[in-house]
Design a protein around this ligand. Structure first.
Ligand SMILES: C[S@@+](CC[C@H](N)C(=O)[O-])C[C@H]1O[C@@H](n2cnc3c(N)ncnc32)[C@H](O)[C@@H]1O
Length: 228
């Protein structure tokens, strides 16, 4: 591993706003923070919002700055990407932001039933190959996991450059009679009012992958839905 990455990983271990949930199966299953995020980390009763596959955590940090009355956790497997968001959150004193290094497959062992109010899925890998459909972060096995940790009425947001993932998710939501609150296959062509004043961040916050794919001419798709 490159020296720079090794330094990042060593530093990540010392960050007070980063939790690791990637050890043995037994340790994963007995994760100390499950059910206790508000009490032990945030020390308040504010709603808890997750950004899944957060990469550098652009939404986690932008939302934490904009909404001081909510708590945010960026979730990703890759430590060097989390490092960027965690470093920004520390520098900006964002006490309402934390990061969790885990596999999203194990999310139900990191959060208790009804612990989460809202989920953002930002530019996930569309996993285009047929044999990898179950790896898509909006496939039914993943939605079932989110159902377990989300409060009734909890909202899920998907933002993606992939029309394949957008179509796939729309079809799946319709097939399972999940409630679609908003959807567009060209976010920036819609009037901002369409998405409501609270979601200006949808337009102003562009993640690393969004910038990359927008520059290549991809339109941005967005779905807001409920699964509980
Ligand atoms: C395409 S990147 C998007 C990153 C960021 N949201 C953005 O828009 O720039 C997908 C991210 O999801 C993470 N990821 C993919 N599958 C995952 C899984 N099963 N568990 C945890 N993280 C995962 C990857 O490590 C990667 O950082």
């Amino acid at each position: 591993m490159a020296k720079y990455k090794l330094r990042q990983f060593a530093e990540l271990e010392t960050f007070p706003n980063v939790y690791h949930h990637l050890q043995t199966q037994k340790e994963v299953e007995n994760f100390a923070m499950r059910g206790l995020w508000l009490k032990d980390n945030f020390k308040n009763n504010h709603p808890l919002v997750l950004e899944l596959g957060c990469g550098k955590g652009e939404y986690t940090t932008a939302m934490a700055m904009a909404f001081k009355d909510k708590n945010f956790i960026g979730v990703d497997l890759k430590g060097n990407r989390l490092w960027t968001g965690a470093k920004i959150a520390l520098a900006q004193n964002l006490h309402n932001a934390a990061f969790l290094r885990t596999r999203i497959e194990n999310i139900v062992t990191a959060f208790a039933p009804n612990e989460v109010d809202e989920i953002w899925i930002t530019f996930p890998d569309p996993q285009p190959q047929e044999k990898r459909i179950k790896k898509r972060l909006t496939s039914l096995p993943f939605l079932k996991r989110y159902q377990q940790i989300l409060k009734p009425g909890g909202v899920v947001h998907l933002k993606t450059d992939s029309s394949l993932l957008y179509e796939f998710t729309m079809e799946l939501l319709n097939e399972n009679s999940f409630e679609i609150l908003l959807h567009t296959n060209n976010l920036y062509a819609e009037l901002p009012g369409f998405l409501g004043p609270h979601h200006d961040l949808l337009f102003s916050t562009k993640t690393h992958y969004e910038k990359k794919f927008s520059a290549m001419g991809f339109s941005i798709n967005y779905i807001r839905f409920k699964i509980n």
